[in-house]
Write a protein that binds this ligand. Structure first.
Ligand code: BES
Ligand code: MN
Ligand code: ZN
Length: 475
């Protein structure tokens, strides 16, 4: 693991083992590794014109520094980055600047080596030393950024782990170890408890697997536990899809579309990561995360296409397609959160549909809500943190396609049409969403996997942990 730390020294005072990163105003693809006369290594990197820097280009620049260090197998690097001279970054303020710096150094230095016997021929980026973070406020922002990055990297570890090593009970264990030593409490409900609570959708999805379903609940009362009717202290509720492996069920996925489905708990893993960061930062906020966890497996005990299950809300659901399982477990998760926690706002995140990638490509998650203010907030925070969000409509017109003639609602369009599949997922959830508080559904399937322009390790991105933390701080 890369150590990221601060120093009060200036670049030129550092020991010679550090390769100094020197930014120039050349184009971003310009770079030279040079050895100065006194034997000092310098890596000169084009960062583009300072006056045209943006939040987006700044995040990419920070990540590029780390990626460049790795590609040149540099073990110790030192850098000094300040917002001076970049009008749009100065506008965002130094708190944002240094938090973003730490977040992106942390995210870019992450590697997933769990299953490698040889660790990259012995090379590792050992240390990033950061100069120029001086005032207590700057240091606090930087350290918050590191905590958030570590937590998002924890999320990535969970998501990158194979399905066999991250079953529902192992996911529950990961949640417990993520929050160990913090003030957050983790409760695990097993299959029996799920049955008793009449969470028939979570039960249906999980019943085909050897390791049965679990409901993972994480409570954090940073503002003090609310007494009954204490609406001011009502928590933010975060519901995350925790499908530890998605075969598609009896409507089994074709080869080529299944092997990455160990990441189908990315929504739940993001909630675990966000709760870890929130608890470690000691935010004075109340937050509850609910993660319905199950493996969507193929066996004689699996739910069948055409089965009808009764949700915790009492509504019956015709399971027309066993591969539309995420929405089923989330529906019960949302009802559970509403019933036991009376939250003031609810967000759910899920790798819900392949259709979200068809709509948006792989650069942004999709957000669906009827609350315009909440939508604007999420899009704004996406731009602010880098966990980009873009809205899709959640109009009542879409509801008609889910009208089942046998049950209250069907989990896919009854005519099997694939149009607007991402919205269809959100629309199904809207039948189970709380009616009296704002709710937003975030389909993070587009951001499940990193792409080269992210300048991150291959695999899970850890999104949208940064956004969730900021949301809880600001809502
Ligand atoms: N987990 C998948 C969605 C997914 C696909 C996420 C690709 C990330 C990458 C989800 O459970 C699923 O299978 N959705 C179906 C829904 C359909 C049956 C209505 C899909 O997208 O095809
Ligand atoms: Mn599925
Ligand atoms: Zn799924």
């Amino acid at each position: 693991m890369t150590k990221i730390s601060l120093t009060n020294k200036v670049l030129t005072e550092l020991p010679s083992k550090y390769c100094r990163i020197i930014l120039t105003e050349d184009k971003a693809n310009w770079h030279r590794l040079v050895e100065t006369k006194d034997g000092q290594l310098e890596y000169r990197m084009g960062a583009g014109k300072r006056k045209s820097a943006t939040a987006r280009s700044y995040r990419t620049l920070v990540r590029s520094i780390v990626m460049a260090a790795k590609s040149h197998q540099l073990e110790n690097i030192a850098l000094h980055l300040g917002p001076m001279g970049c009008p749009s970054l100065e506008e965002k303020g130094s708190e944002w600047f240094f938090r973003t710096l730490a977040e992106n150094l942390g995210l870019a230095s992450y590697e997933f080596n769990k299953y490698k016997t040889k660790k990259k021929g012995g090379y590792e980026l050992k240390e990033i030393l950061v100069c120029g973070v001086n005032t207590p406020a700057e240091k606090r922002s930087f350290s918050a950024g590191l905590t958030i990055a570590e937590s998002a990297n924890y999320t990535r570890d969970i998501a990158n782990t194979s399905g066999d090593d991250m079953t529902p009970s192992l996911l529950a264990k990961s949640a417990q170890s993520a929050l160990k030593g913090t003030k957050a409490q983790v409760k695990i409900l097993d299959q029996k408890a799920i049955k008793k609570l009449k969470m028939g959708l979570l039960e249906a999805v999980g019943k085909g697997a050897t390791d049965g379903p679990k409901l993972i609940v994480i409570e954090y009362w940073g503002a003090g536990k609310p007494t009954k009717n204490d609406k001011k202290k009502a928590p933010v509720a975060l519901i995350g899809k925790g499908i530890t492996y998605d075969t598609g069920g009896l409507n089994v996925k074709p080869s080529g579309a299944m092997h990455e489905m160990h990441m189908d708990m990315s929504g739940g893993a993001a909630m675990i990561g966000a709760m870890r960061a929130i608890a470690k930062m000691g935010l004075k906020k109340n937050v509850v995360a609910v993660i319905p966890a199950a493996e969507n497996s193929v066996s004689a005990d699996s739910m069948r296409a055409g089965d009808i299950a009764t949700s915790m809300s009492g509504k019956t659901v015709e399971i027309l397609h066993t591969d539309a399982e995420g929405r089923l477990v989330l529906a019960d998760g949302m009802t559970y959160a509403e019933k036991f926690y009376s939250p003031k706002v609810m967000l759910d995140t899920a790798t819900l549909t392949g259709a979200s990638l068809v709509a948006l490509g792989q650069h942004s998650s999709a957000v669906m809500t009827k609350d315009k203010a909440l939508q604007d907030k999420l899009v704004e925070l996406g731009e602010d943190t880098g966990d980009l969000m873009w809205p899709l409509p959640l109009w009542d017109e879409y509801k008609a396609s889910l009208k089942s003639y046998r049950a209250d609602v069907s989990n896919i369009a009854t005519n099997f049409a694939r149009w607007g599949g991402c919205i269809e997922g959100g629309t199904f959830l809207s039948f189970f969403a709380p009616k009296k508080i704002p709710w937003a559904h975030i389909d993070i399937a587009p951001r499940m996997d990193s792409i080269p322009s992210d300048k991150l390790a291959k695999g899970a991105t850890g999104e949208p942990v940064r956004l969730l933390v900021k949301f809880v701080e600001e809502y």
